[in-house]
Design a protein around this ligand. Structure first.
Ligand SMILES: [Fe+2]
Length: 289
């Protein structure tokens, strides 16, 4: 997996791809495979929904995915294809509607590891101050731990390692699963979360393994090789592999009547592009034959 070698301190990581370029889908797919995330500039005028629809079509993401948590009667207000993320004192969602920071998590606390493969955040308006989205290459950190402390890494693979519970006031539900897993194709999957939804089961794996693993991941998430803060400008979208990176947010301040506003969409599919776009820049071996 290329993402295991990614260096988030490389300044090229923060450079956006221009969606107007003909091979933008191909560039984005390649960058997502290399780093687990990509930034794209969507300069043309249009509604956030139209931008997200165009991006999903270009990357063949299919229809937006509604997380399991939002399929209950108590939470149906959040079961929209596109979620507005902006401060709202009338709403009690702990992530969407506050200006507070967000600790490391993956989206979909009730969904199985790997179910929500892609998250897109489209920026309508940036915060007056703060509000950077944080990205952690938890997959690469896990791969490093597997080399240096295999028993600790083993604890993270336990299907009983981490329980996540809803912190929405309306509903009391939770789900238990591993922190990392290996899929049928041998690729690593991440569910690393370290916030107030978490209950860790320190009895799994070799004695002391999960404590060491957690200490390692917390230190790694401060390492510039694995961690990046992205400040999106209006018209930019951040696309990331929710099954391969963890994310969070710096707290922020709004100006009156100019609230930070992101629109989020989730997808069960991995970004791909059409074969013609993938090979557009490469010479074909049959040329001249
Ligand atoms: Fe999130």
């Amino acid at each position: 997996m290329q993402q295991l070698k990614a260096d988030f301190s490389d300044p090229r990581c923060a450079q956006p791809v221009d969606f107007a370029e003909r091979d933008a889908p191909n560039q984005l797919v390649n960058i997502l495979e290399e780093r687990g995330f990509a930034i794209v500039t969507m300069a043309d005028p249009g509604s956030p929904d139209a931008k997200l629809t165009a991006l999903a079509a270009a990357l063949r993401l299919g229809n937006p995915y509604i997380p399991a948590l939002y399929r209950y009667a108590e939470t149906k207000d959040y079961s929209t294809a596109y979620s507005d993320i902006r401060s709202d004192t009338k709403d009690q969602h702990p992530g969407f509607s506050t200006t507070a920071g967000q600790a490391w998590h993956v989206d979909g606390l009730l969904d199985d590891i790997g179910d929500i493969k892609t998250t897109v955040l489209y920026c309508v308006r940036a915060a007056h101050r703060g509000g950077q989205t944080l990205l952690f290459n938890s997959l690469a950190a896990f791969a490093e731990l597997r080399e240096t402390d295999p028993p600790a890494a083993e604890a993270l693979l336990s299907p009983k390692a981490l329980n996540r519970r809803s912190t929405l006031p309306a509903i009391n539900v939770s789900s238990t699963g591993p922190v990392f897993a290996v899929d049928e194709a041998g690729n690593l999957l991440a569910r690393y979360t370290d916030n107030d939804t978490c209950t860790w089961n320190f009895s799994v794996g070799p004695p002391g393994g999960l404590q060491r693993a957690l200490a390692f991941l917390r230190a790694a998430s401060d390492n510039p090789r694995y961690r990046l803060a992205v400040r999106l400008a209006p018209g930019e979208a951040l696309i990331f592999r929710n099954d391969r990176v963890s994310h969070g947010r710096h707290p922020y301040e709004d100006k009156p009547n100019a609230r930070r506003h992101l629109v989020r969409a989730l997808y069960a599919k991995v970004p791909t592009c059409r074969p013609s776009e993938m090979s557009a820049e490469l010479p074909t071996s049959s040329a001249g034959l």
